[in-house]
Ligand binder design. Sequence first.
Ligand code: NAD
Length: 436
Amino acid sequence: MRICVVGTGYVGLVAGAGFAEFGNDVVCADVDAGKIERLNRGEIPIYEPGLSPLVERGVKGERLRFTTDVAAAVADVDAVFVAVGTPPGPDGAADLSHVWDVARTVGQHASGFTVVVNKSTVPVGTADRVLALLREHGPGKDFAVVSNPEFLKEGDAVSDFMKPQRVIVGASDERAIRLLRQLYAPFTRTRDRLIVMEIRSAEVTKYACNSMLATRISFMNEIAALCARVGANVTDVRVGMGWDERIGPKFLFPGVGYGGSCFPKDVQAIIATAREHDMSLEILEAVERVNERQKRWLGEMVQQHFGGDLKGKVIGLWGLAFKPNTDDVREAPALTVARLLLEAGASLRLHDPEALDTFQVALPASDRVVYCAKSYLAAERADAICLVTEWPLYRSPDFQRLKQTMREPVLFDGRNLWDPEYVRELGFTYYSIGRP
Ligand code: NAD
């Protein structure tokens, strides 16, 4: 099958390489010339485990190529996958300008029957508008629009894409449904879960999933706050809850709040969609409020411990990416923590295995912001360490070495990663979330 993927980011690049892996002829198009240049040089512009060999195989086999010429790329293909960004606008509603751009380009340049597949996360009703734009800019041409939301997780994107738990196809055109079934057949051989539904239902499904996951996180963060107040242990509560099959063990970990390029913007966008339809999503509005509070929790704990003023204090931050196994720092809680600590006067020493470069774009290095290539360097002469992102390498550090490296042995564990009893025995002052 001849496929064009427009938007070569976390989703588009993985999808393009994944489709090429099963023999399709794939062209990935992006307006970012720097990104395409790097890809054409054989560099992968993002950190995503397992992506590099997949891209390399596709390129070597001449099934995968990259271009900035979006018009030419969409001209002669069976399907165009739209995987451009849909960031939040000023009122929280998704900014769909990139999606409209692609629809206009496809309308003008497509030839023959073309299936336009929305992989970007877009509000309900977007497919209708895309179809209207295609017809306006390509009068007389034959198009079908499909909603095929993506559920991959950064850090596990390749395995999630190659072995999806389910594939959602929102479509009404039988030719388009057949094409999507054929395209996804190799991905769903053992997990035969391609679910066809109305376009609007598919669009809502994606937001409902992310909203539910965000809700679980904020819910557990509130339970953790209650545990702290009443002297209960949220870890025991979590385990006790997780064995209930109706609840399950996943997404029950309290932490420093959710971040990333999806949960915050998608929760805001679904709230905005509801408002446009004269209703309010009260649970999700609360989920957002709780999350905003939670992202400040770690920084406020540090301030409280040191009596408010952090002038002259050196704080080490471990983990900057919004979650482990990615270099993505969009809406990362570490940004909130870092800014709070800087405002209070602290100097920061920061470490992350993959996100030092991306974080530096948001928070440039200075005499008070020092980026460290090794985790123990970030602990040097530190008055405290804040663990923000639970990368595997932080799970079992050499605490003796850490204590010798630090000026004061104080740990703020934003992920409940360490054993309170053990680290206190070693002489650390230790704070975690919702545990006595
Ligand atoms: P991204 O920012 O990494 O990539 C988007 C790419 O689109 C960029 O490279 C940008 O240059 C390109 N682009 C923008 N306008 C363009 C245009 N007119 N023509 C060609 N290229 C254009 O974004 P992402 O994280 O891959 O997310 C893409 C979409 O997928 C979003 O709607 C997001 O919500 C959704 N999504 C993301 C994830 C994730 O984990 N990142 C998971 C599921 C769904």
